[in-house]
Design a protein around this ligand. Structure first.
Ligand code: GDP
Ligand code: MG
Length: 184
């Protein structure tokens, strides 16, 4: 099970899970949300092992954000113990690396698994999908990713997700101002 940060396990802390494949940018997003603006910090990120819980305050509200390491062994463990991880969660952010075309299928399968497990949980959880690494000028330097790719992946997501399941999709990048409002 994950390490817990006891100080922020208080009743008022809003629990958010960040999930997605390894290397999709989850820890970087977390650092952005924490307000770490020094880009150098992104170079020292190590793949997250297991789940890390990070706690911080934004306008007097406490948040505990669970960063789930995305490697295969961990992904299986999360799904097996999903019922425990999900307790008290108000929001899930699912991160897809828009530049990692080869792994779209894998990313979509994991998304589908999570939603299946989530449907067994009877409380409603806000669900956001980040199409991440959607950097400014992306289309200029990465010819493979363009508005059509984005449309395609959005269609694939819509096909995977059951019709009565509410979610929102956002294009994000650590190189543009990260809107905290997306979280809340
Ligand atoms: N181009 C680009 N790279 C990013 C972005 N966000 C994260 N990365 C890079 O993607 C790699 C994996 O990021 P990390 O946060 O460790 O992913 P995690 O395994 O999901 O936690 C790192 O080299 C990051 O610098 C982004 O918005 N754009
Ligand atoms: Mg990580």
């Amino acid at each position: 099970m994950a390490k817990k940060d006891k100080d922020f396990e208080g009743k008022n802390a809003k629990k958010i899970l960040i999930m997605g494949l390894d290397n999709s940018g989850k820890t970087s997003i977390l650092l952005c949300l924490k307000g770490i603006k020094n880009l150098l910090s992104f170079y020292s990120i190590r793949p997250t092992k297991g789940a890390d819980v990070v706690a911080f305050k934004i306008s007097d509200l406490n948040y505990s954000i669970w960063d789930f390491g995305g490697q295969e062994a961990f992904r299986e463990e999360y799904l097996e113990n999903f019922n425990q991880y999900i307790i008290g969660t108000s929001k899930i952010i699912y991160v897809i690396d828009i530049q990692d075309i080869e792994r779209y299928n894998l990313a979509l399968n994991y998304l589908e698994e999570i939603i299946k497990h989530l449907k067994e949980y009877d409380r409603s959880v806000d669900f956001s999908i980040f199409l991440h690494k959607f950097d400014p000028d992306l289309e200029q330097y990465n010819k493979k990713v363009n508005e059509n790719t984005v449309k395609d992946i959005i269609n694939l997501i819509n096909e995977k997700i059951p019709p009565n399941f509410n979610y929102s999709i956002h294009k994000t990048s650590i190189y543009t101002i990260f809107e905290k409002s997306r979280l809340f």
